[in-house]
Structures are given as C-alpha cells and as structure tokens.
Design a protein around this ligand. Structure first.
Ligand code: OOB
Length: 549
C-alpha cells in the first residue's frame, strides 16, 4: 500500500488533557458506537432507502460483513478509500464497514469529476475508490477507469450496482460472509476516522482529517442542542457526503441518538414532501435556495408534512426575509446552522427568541470553542464590529492533511483556524456572518475557489487573462461570473464554449461559470493584482461590459 504519508490530527498535549478531562472526547470509535447502538436499538429502523429499511442490528451486521470482505480483498487497516456515493443506504453501510476495518473514507460529492477526484486521490493518497454505477443519469464507470489510469496507487475499484470489470459491493459482502467477523473496532478514538473535503478557500480543495473522538463529540452535543432522540426521524436531503447533513446532527447524529434516517435521492420539495409524509420525518437540513423552493412549493402541496418540527438551514447565508417566512408557511421551527468541515459549528437554539433565530447564524457548540474576531493584522476588533473569524477548539482541526503550504496560510501559530469568514458577534455571543474575506463563491452552499476556475480558464488557448467573481443572486445567494480578456490575435469564443471547456477539464458542474463577460482590461490593485473587488463593483453598478455574451 501507498500510505507513507502519515494520517493524523494532533492537538498539543495540554489541549488533549483539557478536552479529555472536560469529557468531550470519550474514547469511543465509530466501529464501537455502531455495535453499541445495535445492542441498544436492535430491531428499530436505522436507515430507510427507496427499497430498503435496515434495522440497527442489520446495519451493524452489514458493516461487519463488508469490513471482513474489504479485508479479504487485501485492503488493510489504514487504507484510504475515496467514497463517491449518492444518498443510498450503501453510503452508510460502506462508511461503517470502513470504520470497523480501521480504513479511512475520503468523502467526494456525487458532483465531483475526474480532476477533483484525481486531486483527492493524490493528496491522500487513496488505495481504493467506491462509487455507484450510475446516479442521475451519469455513468461513473468511465470516471473510475480514468481515475485508475491516472492514479496507479488505486488498487481496487468497488461499485454499487453493475460493476463490469470491477468488484461489486455485493460480491464483497458475499465474500465477507465467508470470513470470521472482525472486532467491533481496530481503531483508537484519537485516530483519524475519515477525510472531509474543504470548501476550498483558495486554490484546490484540501483534505480535512477528523478523529473519532472529535467528531463523535460534535454528534453528541449537536443531538442535545437540536433535541434529537430515538424518536427523531431525519430526512437526508442534501448530499450525505457534506459535513452539514452528515453531522450537524445529520444522519450520523441521528444514528448516534438511536433515531431513524430516511434517504432522499434529491432535495427537491416534491420528492422530500412525499418522503416526509410517508415516513413521518421530524427534521431535515437544507441550504437557503432549497428552503426557498420548499417555501414556494408548500402551499400547493397535497402532502401532510405536519410530522416535521424543525428545519435547519445553513451552508450559506440565509437572509432574514426568507427566514421570517418559515413559521407562517411551514408551521415549523427554523434553526440556523453556520459550520465548516474544518470543525466549528454554530446553532441557533430551539428556544431562542424569534429575533435571534432570524437575524443570527447561532453560537458555538462547545464552551471551549474559542472565537477570535480580528482585523487584517490579527488584532482583535472592538466587540460588535465586523472582523475575520478565527477559531480553535475540541473539534476544530489544527492542520490539513499533507499540505504544509495551506497549513501555513490557514492556521495561526497558536493553532487558530482562519475560517475566511467575516463575522460580527452580538452581546450574547451569537455570530452574524457578513461575508467572505477571500475570493470564493458560495453558490447555494457549494463552495467555489475563484483561483481554481481562473487557472482552468487560463489554460484555454484564446484566453489571455481571467478573473472569477461572485455576483449576488436572489435564488442561489451567489452565482459566479468569469471576466475574460481574449488574446489579441484570437476571436472571442461564445459563452457556451467556456462552459464546455470547464466541464471538459473534468470539474463538477457547479463550478461552471454562470456568466461570462469578455473585457479588454482589468483594474489592478496597488499591488498590481487583478481587483476582483472592482469587478464586483462594476457588475453591481451594471456598467456596460465591453462585450457580454
Ligand atoms: C458547511 O461547511 P463547508 O465546509 O462546506 O463550508 C464552510 C463555509 C463557512 O466557512 C462559511 O463561509 C459558509 O460555508 N457557511 C455559511 C453558513 N454555513 C456555512 N455562511 C453563512 N451562513 C451560514 N449559515 O457549509 C457547513 C458545515 C457544517 C454545518 C453547516 C454548514
């Protein structure tokens, strides 16, 4: 195997002592957690998919059998496995099988394509890739072939569904059933459980190593804060690989509490409302544009969604005008969630005054989440003013995996994570998100690094220079606009050509610029850099571009 790059997340010894003594890190790993829940809630439903309903005992059994099968295949403890699965029950059985075998999932979104997958696989480096044969009309097998060609350290490709030349998950399960069952866990709780993908504040996405201890702590506290109990039924509507529906409290929190997880293939209101009615769902999580769709759909819906008590909204800024409509239209409690895959998660509390729920993005989970709000020189700003949010705490990482350059940029010397968010803190300690400090576009909760897209545009033969900026959008929150200068001797390609170009470069669809504007020059900053601020200003003033297509 290729795992020469160590996988760890290290807090300094005095912090380890503090977080352990405070009882935050309780020493349980995910493999043990599932075994314990199977003991407690054996026959109760754990996961409901389109055609399946697995009890806790069945999920535990599947995780064990699959773990044995993966080990029989030749994968070893510590193997890193790129997992790209949609919201299907196998997502849950696969990750618990990996936890049980001491292997480390890396969560890719179904929307990711070859360039992103190859990047994750290289960074890890990954030993195996698990995907679904098809999802939403997209065929993942050609992607799997290309990935294996590019990343020769990927020894195994495992497919849910028709696997062709690859191993099918079903076969692995069958093989596992012939093996002795593995122990509940071979991992220590302070080991890295999985790698999350960062929203990519600058440049390419980074890998986020989260430990069993730190992540399970967030599940436990999130369940308390959000009132999740064995009676809770969670609808996983957003892609499960994302940190929000995974752990805030999400499907893992629901399983932590002994509740039931219902999987939706999409977050569209038609699909979700039918599932809510059918399974008596009690809560779900959405990004703001989807909440808008739900609000618009609700009055005309025939489905009885009265089982729903809470809707959580996060991933991008929810504007108060929309927040205010939740109770009158849906007759449920809104909870705002401001979090990041790197750690820190803030919630408005269920009994907070309406004003707080509508106007703030919540307060941190832990009394030991340290929050600093600073100016451009890392000096604290006066209380109540806007500044850069820095944070450290019992579940916020101290370093990315295998990325010293990003670590130098993203963490202070004393271990604070630079979130890249501009926030303001109220007198009562609630955070109000004002925007981003860096050039990154939050398109309906999907994070896009301007720099990453610019690099791909610059590779186009007709492009002399490119700058990508965010544009406010009533529906998406932000959309992306690419400003392009064409080389002197070239004709300007049409917008569609640039969009096709980005897709051909093997990038997720959400990264394709929504708008392309050809200009003849860019304003530059005093430092000689392209002034994205000026470009944004130009757009907001609707100044006539030289040439819009
Ligand atoms: C969540 O995680 P990521 O890693 O995809 O993105 C984190 C970034 C934050 O730094 C912030 O810029 C933005 O997404 N964000 C919000 C927000 N929630 C996240 N901006 C404004 N208002 C909010 N409520 O997006 C994530 C992870 C866990 C829970 C919830 C969201």
């Amino acid at each position: 195997m290729t795992n020469s790059i160590p996988l760890q997340q290290v807090w300094p010894a005095d912090f380890v002592k503090k977080y352990t003594e405070a009882g935050y890190w309780d020493g349980q790993s995910f493999g043990e957690l599932l075994a314990e829940r199977a003991q407690q809630y054996g026959d109760q439903p754990a996961v409901i998919g389109a055609q399946t309903c697995w009890s806790y005992a069945q999920l535990d059994q599947k995780a064990s059998t699959l773990a044995a099968g993966l080990l029989a295949l030749g994968l070893k403890k510590g193997a890193r496995v790129l997992v790209q699965l949609p919201n299907i029950p196998e997502f849950v059985s696969v990750i618990f099988a990996l936890f049980r075998a001491g292997m480390v999932p890396i969560y890719a979104l179904p929307a990711h394509r070859i360039t992103e997958l190859a990047h994750f696989a290289e960074q890890a480096p990954a030993d195996a890739y698990i995907c679904a044969a098809q999802f939403e009309g997209f065929d993942y097998l050609p992607l799997a072939r290309e990935l294996q060609q590019r990343c020769t350290h990927i020894q195994h490709i495992i497919v849910v569904g028709a696997a062709q030349e690859f191993d099918s998950l079903e076969q692995i399960e069958q093989q596992g059933a012939q093996q002795p069952p593995p122990p509940a866990s071979v991992s220590a709780a302070n080991e890295v459980a999985f790698l999350q993908i960062s929203g990519g504040s600058t440049g390419l996405s980074k890998l986020i190593p989260r430990t069993h201890n730190d992540y399970i702590y967030t599940l436990r506290e999130s369940c308390k804060i959000c009132g999740v109990t064995p009676d809770s039924i969670f609808l996983a509507a957003l892609p499960m690989a994302h940190n929000f529906p995974m752990s805030s409290p999400g499907f893992l929190g629901t399983l932590y509490a002994g509740g039931c997880v219902v999987l939706s293939p999409s977050a569209e209101p038609e699909t979700c409302f039918a599932l809510i009615a059918k399974h008596q769902v009690t809560f779900s999580s959405l990004v703001p544009p989807l909440l808008l769709m739900w609000l618009e759909f609700a009055p005309q819906s025939q489905h009885d969604i009265s089982s729903l008590t809470t809707i959580q909204v996060g991933g991008a800024k929810l504007i108060p005008e929309v927040a205010r409509r939740v109770r009158p239209v849906l007759n449920i409690q809104l909870q705002q969630v401001f979090g990041m895959a790197e750690g820190l998660v803030n919630y408005t509390r269920l009994h907070d005054a309406e004003d707080i729920v509508i106007h703030t993005q919540g307060r941190p989970i832990s009394p030991d989440d340290e929050i600093l709000i600073v100016d451009d020189h890392d000096q604290p700003v006066p209380e109540g003013t806007v500044g850069h949010l820095l944070t450290r705490g019992p579940y916020t990482i101290r370093a990315y995996h295998n990325n010293p350059a990003a670590n130098a940029r993203s963490f202070t010397k004393d271990g604070y994570y630079r979130t890249g968010d501009m926030v303001q803190r109220t007198e009562t300690g609630y955070l109000v998100v004002q925007g981003r400090a860096n050039d990154h576009i939050n398109r309906a909760g999907e994070k896009i690094s301007a720099e990453e897209i610019e690099d791909h545009l610059l590779a186009h033969p007709a492009v002399y220079d490119a700058a990508v900026v965010s544009v406010p959008d009533d529906y998406l929150g932000e959309r992306s606009c690419a400003f392009i200068i064409i080389k002197k001797d070239q004709a300007a390609p049409r917008t569609i050509e640039f969009k096709r170009w980005i897709r051909q470069r093997g990038l997720a669809d959400f990264k394709v610029p929504d708008q392309v504007i050809v200009v003849t020059s860019f304003d530059t900053t005093a430092a000689g850099k392209i002034s994205r601020k000026q470009l944004r200003h130009q757009l907001s003033q609707s100044l006539q571009p030289t040439h819009e297509q």
